[in-house]
Design a protein around this ligand. Structure first.
Ligand code: FAD
Length: 396
């Protein structure tokens, strides 16, 4: 909120007020053209076609020396296995904590999960906040929310990060609501504004047309969920140890409205894009659905997941869950094939952390060649069948 007061005038139910003492900003405040910048976003339904957002620069609110200190990462685990995104966040959290000169902590909830603390210290945590109780055996929002909120209220971190997974998204939103603080969802970049000691959480906004850097100036902790595979876990330091702070969960089984009766695992043998070590991705250059089948064939031989550019998805050759890029999934496999993909920035932003990229494109000036390890200039319909043939031979 930039406290301009415009929403108060248009709210049909008169439900919006400004905090006491705040006067609506004058209508003549300067309008800055939209571009990548540090902003407070304010979506505007504006008649002027060239403007997608009105951005009003305001001086940062200076917080008093805050009692909130430290960077915390929510450690997601299922059946005693830590989600990779939590280790990635410990890696990035380490950088943020070092910048701020504070501790990095992991918040670990579950049943019989104490042994995981070792991995967390080795991945950069100085402290682990632990609740270990049978009531936390399976993830349930109600119980986990109480646990995380109790820890926050007692130990007061200034930053709290979650992986943007199904569990992380659910938990982060309920925790933020209970704490009455701000949450930036689906962040792809994190940094610290050292002057004001604020977390800068960036994410695509306005349908991907701008990168919005979102600040939570007043409330604490500053919360964000972060897409998997955006950051890298640090190389674990064997034998590194830290502090353990353990609390009892303030919830009993009888208090909970949700019971887990059984857990059905997805047994489909399809490899998920975000988990895949190898991805074969196809684009508009494959011409039609039949051409796109080459991508599936190569993926099958390699035991890879199938990815696609947005244009291939929009053509109906692949599903949205297979889209790689700014408005799709961010991936970082060991090997990424980009076949008939031009390499628009909205695509490459989602795959540029891949270890090895093999690009096949008939245009020698295609942008994708700037992002690849191996560039193959030529017709995909000639080259891909040869790959398939050779990999089949290797498999035999
Ligand atoms: P094209 O750009 O049409 O490229 C096709 C390529 O195939 C060309 O380079 C051509 O030389 C090559 N080719 C043609 N025939 C052959 C052949 N026989 N053999 C080999 N090569 C051949 N895109 C994404 O992918 N992911 C996103 O998340 C995404 N989000 C977006 C968000 C916004 C807000 C906007 C505006 C756009 C977004 N886009 C996204 C779209 C992006 O800008 C590009 O339009 C899109 O990536 C292009 O897809 P493409 O490379 O398949 O098609």
């Amino acid at each position: 909120c930039v406290e301009c007061g415009e929403c108060i005038e248009v709210c049909p139910t008169n439900a919006i007020t400004l905090p006491e003492g705040v006067k609506p900003a004058a209508a003549s405040e300067p309008v800055v053209e939209p571009k990548e910048q540090k902003i407070e976003t304010k979506a505007e339904v504006d008649e002027k076609p060239a403007q997608v957002a009105q951005v009003i620069e305001k001086p940062a609110v200076k917080l008093p020396e805050s009692e909130y200190q430290g960077v915390w990462i929510y450690i997601e685990q299922r059946n005693g296995k830590i989600a990779p995104v939590s280790l990635e966040l410990l890696g990035e959290g380490r950088k943020l904590a070092d910048k701020l000169g504070v501790e990095l902590a992991g918040v670990l909830l579950g049943n019989n999960v104490r042994h995981l603390t070792k991995t967390l210290y080795e991945h950069g945590a100085d402290t682990v906040y632990l609740m270990d109780d049978p009531v936390l055996d399976q993830y349930r929002s109600e119980a986990y929310q109480v646990g995380v909120v109790d820890f926050v209220r007692k130990y007061k971190p200034e930053i709290l990060l979650f992986g943007a997974t199904a569990i992380g998204r659910d938990l982060a939103s309920t925790v933020a609501t209970e704490l009455g603080t701000g949450l930036t969802a689906d962040t792809t970049r994190l940094d610290i504004d050292m002057q004001n000691r604020l977390l800068e959480a960036s994410r695509p906004a306005m349908g991907g047309n701008i990168m919005a850097t979102i600040l939570c100036k007043v409330q604490r902790p500053q919360m964000a969920s972060v897409r998997p595979k955006v950051f890298k876990a640090i190389q674990p330091i064997a034998g590194r140890t830290g502090n353990l702070i353990e609390e009892k969960i303030n919830v009993k089984e009888a208090d909970l409205r949700t019971k887990v009766i059984s857990v059905a695992l997805d047994v489909s043998d399809k490899i998920r894009l975000s988990d895949a070590d190898i991805i074969v991705a196809g684009g508009k250059g494959l011409q039609d659905e039949k051409g796109f089948r080459l991508v599936h064939e190569l993926a099958e031989v390699l035991g890879a997941a199938v990815g696609a550019s947005r244009d291939a998805v929009e053509a109906g050759w692949a599903s949205h869950s297979q889209q790689v890029g700014q408005t799709g999934t961010t991936v970082a496999p060991k090997l990424y094939f980009a076949i008939g993909i031009s390499g628009a920035v909205q695509h490459t932003v989602g795959m540029e952390n891949s270890e090895i990229v093999v690009a096949i494109n008939k245009d020698p000036n295609a942008q994708i060649f700037e992002k690849c390890t191996y560039a193959i200039v030529g017709d995909a319909f000639e080259i891909v069948p040869k790959f398939i043939e050779e990999f089949k031979k290797l498999k035999q």
